[in-house]
Design a protein around this ligand. Structure first.
Ligand code: PLP
Length: 385
């Protein structure tokens, strides 16, 4: 089976991890701050807070922004459930802003219309979590303009998008947002096994996230309420969790990061080749926003013929192509239906779900594999559409 995504682990990565295993610190040594510094430098942001997953990063982001009971958070219905769950875990209510059909990202016009309606009934959200679907940035300039106008905090769920750019700047620079989050799960662009990072330019938000990732405890004397009792002293300032990344994982991440730009270049070359070879088939291909350089975590084709969706998907699997579907609209999950959402609430997201298939894209995908995938798609469309 050709998988839809796959990590690339080199001999250098293995050696970097082995060195940590043989060192004095397996978890809280020098590798985590080194990794944070490298990602911050690469994304032109001031602070990186490494945690044990992007889900944790989204959770500490919401906590740091003071999101809690009585608050409302909006996100995209086409995302992994974690984007919405982070707000729910803080006790907030969740609602969704429908996507643009071509990019699968939050539609700025729909965002604006929903803000106008929400302002009228005095029910504005406290924050928006904007997702960089497939690795392409949403229209952050327009979204942040609206967020400023309505005084809404902005989190970027850039789980797919490390190495991507928007208007010439690296995604994660937080030029348009309070916090941007990356995932380092093995199917994403680089991996630390499980892992994630929250980027911000705001010192106070960074301090809060650092506290929340480790029990709400600080050893930073400047922020303590009492003067230190001695070198052992620490204070718990808030109710936190253990979301720490290990040094072992950070060493793998640092080593992987050295190849980030090669990975993203290769992913773009694969996407260009799909664009060219699938252009004449009865498909809608991903729309490229000229403001963006995507990291192409995913390449999603949409069938023009909805009725052939399942048959084509199953045929590709039978042919040994590990296609997948990202994502089932979050509002249609039983947990969210129990909160009152139903079919018909977000028509663009639902239409996407009926037609989308993620086809394989990862740095080590060969041209032969790609030819095989294209031939298989051609045949399946020919048979079922
Ligand atoms: C993968 C992913 C997450 C969760 O990442 P983890 O590191 O697995 O917790 C969140 N949001 C999106 C959009 C993702 O793709």
């Amino acid at each position: 089976m050709i998988p839809y995504g796959r990590q690339d682990v080199t001999q250098e990565d293995i050696e970097a991890v082995t060195r940590v295993l043989q060192s004095d610190f397996l978890t809280q040594g020098p590798k985590v701050p080194e990794f944070e510094g490298k990602v911050a430098a690469l994304t032109n942001s001031r602070h990186g807070v490494a945690v044990n997953s992007a889900t944790s990063a989204l959770h500490v982001s919401c906590l740091a922004l003071g999101i809690g009971e009585g608050d409302l958070v909006w996100t995209s219905p086409i995302t992994f459930v974690a984007s919405a769950n982070a707000a729910r875990l803080c006790g907030a209510s969740v609602d969704f802003v429908d996507i643009e059909p071509g990019t699968f990202n939050i539609c700025p016009e729909k965002f604006e219309a929903k803000l106008v309606a929400a302002a009228r009934v005095n029910c504005l959200p406290k924050a928006l979590i904007a997702v960089h679907m497939c690795g392409q940035s949403p229209d952050m300039a327009r979204i942040s303009e609206l967020a400023r106008e309505y005084q809404i905090r902005l989190i970027e769920d850039a789980s797919h998008a490390i190495g991507a750019r928007y208007r010439g700047e690296p995604v994660g620079c937080c030029h348009y947002s309070d916090i941007a989050v990356f995932s380092f799960h093995p199917v994403k662009i680089i991996t630390t096994l499980e892992g994630g990072m929250a980027m911000t330019n705001d010192r106070q938000l960074a301090d809060a996230m650092i506290d929340y990732r480790s029990h709400g405890v600080t050893r930073d004397e400047a922020r303590m309420r009492s003067s230190s009792h001695g070198p052992w002293y620490y204070e718990q300032l808030r109710l936190g969790l253990n979301y720490r990344l290990t040094d072992l994982a950070a060493a793998l991440g640092s080593s992987q990061l050295d190849r980030l730009s090669d990975y993203v270049i290769r992913r773009n070359a694969i996407a260009d080749r799909y664009d060219a070879s699938l252009a004449d088939l009865p498909l809608d291909l991903p729309k490229r926003n000229p403001d963006c350089y995507s990291s192409f975590h995913l390449y999603v084709i949409r069938l023009k013929d909805v009725s052939a969706h399942r048959a084509v998907f199953e045929r590709l699997r039978e042919d040994g192509i590990g296609v997948n579907l990202h994502y089932i609209p979050v509002h249609l999950q039983p947990y969210y239906r129990d909160l009152g959402f139903e079919r018909g609430d977000f028509p663009n997201a639902e239409d996407y779900y009926e037609r989308a298939i993620s086809i394989p894209i990862y740095p080590k995908l060969t041209s032969d594999d790609q030819n095989k995938i294209v031939t298989s798609i051609e045949r399946a469309l020919n048979d079922f559409c």
